[in-house]
Design a protein around this ligand. Structure first.
Ligand SMILES: CC(=O)SCCNC(=O)CCNC(=O)[C@H](O)C(C)(C)COP(=O)(O)OP(=O)(O)OC[C@H]1O[C@@H](n2cnc3c(N)ncnc32)[C@H](O)[C@@H]1OP(=O)(O)O
Length: 405
């Protein structure tokens, strides 16, 4: 226990709270960005730590809906985690985490929490596992030639932000339904996502918005990007049809005056398959969404499984003790049960591994190979791992923009 009282902030404390965060992040949070964040933060969903009158630590939640294999789950998107450098390593983050999880659990709030981690060493101890990865794609556009049979018909329009936004929102909402790791977006989130003051451009131009319409008149995809010294920096690309995806990439590759393109996409991004030389796209893979199953049972029954499964799990959870115990996961089609059992355990793991496997990207097989999942019945890892897997790799488009959630 820390001796620093914790509570949520009141709306009038926002600026003090925001200045504490930017001081901690080593940033100069100018007034424009501060205002942009203010529209999206929900004060009652913050946790702040105080040393006397001084606000010394904080974190916040955005309530969203997360796409998971076969459905959606309410997710607490955790962001803006900070403890002032004068108060670090005194257990403040640990205490804030504990309060956040306990409140979610006791109030019947979101069963899943997720975040983008500033460092990969912080969140594992709190039961967060790496549930998706991001591929940093980069290529010299002179070598990114599309296969001759790739169809890229239709037309592309350049729009300003205001005209583009309703189209972006519509396409995003459709694309979001199909991709595990995507979250629904509120009006306020879009405002923050498209915030484009000069100091957030990192040496690039203002955002450009391109929208694709196919021959039948259907708007099927968008990209927004910046130009920076001959590189097209794609901030976000979403498409609901194969044709729109390919047409937008052809547009980006062919942009005059540019010789490089960069993009943060999925680890199974389709682009390399469209090229004559798939090796022309260089990929660096980094961790993306960290997932914490706050209420394991509610979380696991919110998704669907790729194959029938009937396995007894011995779950350990030091940080959220209510999840610990022996449970049988039985799933077949739309029927999913997670029930306590006295039967012999077949797999032993912690909630961290269940969080990592939750979106169907990280496999239980790879976690078992790393010694993080213990097989107590031969074949149990393979059965459970197959069932947890998703068709496509999960991925969360955050593009480094503020806020990530
Ligand atoms: C989702 C996001 O917002 S990501 C952004 C995270 N924020 C930042 O990186 C901003 C700069 N850093 C900070 O604000 C703080 O150092 C925090 C929030 C990362 C950690 O806060 P603290 O109050 O110092 O953490 P706390 O004292 O509870 O530490 C708990 C444990 O985590 C460890 N830990 C904390 N931060 C780190 C880190 N960056 N790297 C490695 N270990 C860490 C501590 O050593 C401690 O370990 P122990 O229990 O074995 O002693």
């Amino acid at each position: 226990m820390t001796s620093y009282p914790l509570r949520s902030i009141a709306a009038h404390e926002f600026e003090t709270w925001a200045r504490m965060i930017t001081t901690t992040y080593g940033q100069d949070w100018r007034d424009g960005a501060l205002r942009s964040a203010q529209t999206s933060i929900e004060p009652e969903r913050t946790t702040a730590a105080f040393d006397g009158e001084q606000l010394v630590g904080g974190m916040s939640i955005y309530g969203r809906s997360l796409t998971v294999p076969g459905g959606y789950v309410p997710v607490a998107g955790v962001t803006l985690v900070a403890v002032l450098p004068t108060h670090r390593r005194r257990g403040l983050l640990t205490a804030m985490m504990r309060r956040q999880f306990t409140q979610l659990h006791e109030s019947g709030g979101e069963p899943v929490a997720a975040l983008n981690a500033a460092e990969a060493t912080i969140y594992g101890r709190f039961g967060y596992g790496i549930a998706s990865h991001l591929a940093l794609l980069e290529g010299d556009t002179r070598f990114l030639t599309m296969r001759p049979d790739v169809e890229t018909g239709g037309s592309i329009r350049l729009l300003d932000a205001e005209a583009a936004r309703p189209l972006l929102e519509k396409i995003y909402d459709t694309a979001c339904r199909d991709t595990a790791g995507w979250v629904d977006r509120t009006d306020r989130y879009w405002t923050a996502r498209l915030y484009d003051a000069e100091h957030v451009r990192d040496g690039g131009t203002a955002l450009r918005f391109a929208v694709h319409t196919d021959a039948a008149g259907t708007v099927g995809g968008y990209v927004f990007y910046r130009s920076a010294g001959g590189t097209v920096r794609v901030v976000e690309l979403a498409a609901t049809t194969r044709g729109s995806y390919a047409a937008l990439w052809r547009y980006l590759i062919d942009l005059d005056g540019h010789d490089h393109v960069s993009y943060q996409g999925a680890t199974d991004e389709v682009l390399p398959h469209l090229l004559r030389d798939p090796r022309a796209v260089h990929r660096t893979v980094v961790d993306n969404l960290w997932v914490r199953l706050v209420d394991v049972g509610r979380a696991l029954t919110a998704r669907r499984y790729a194959s029938p499964v009937d396995v007894v799990f011995q779950v350990e959870d030091e940080f959220c003790g209510w999840n610990a115990g022996r449970y049988r996961l039985r799933a077949d089609g739309d029927r999913v049960d997670w029930e306590p059992t006295r039967d012999r355990a077949e797999l032993r793991l912690s909630a961290t591994e269940l969080g990592a496997a939750y979106l169907g990207g990280t496999t239980l097989t790879e976690l078992a190979a790393a010694g993080l999942v213990e097989e107590l019945r031969p074949g149990a890892v393979a059965t459970a791992s197959r069932a947890f897997r998703a068709d496509r790799d999960p991925f969360h488009p955050s593009g480094g923009a503020f806020p990530a959630f």
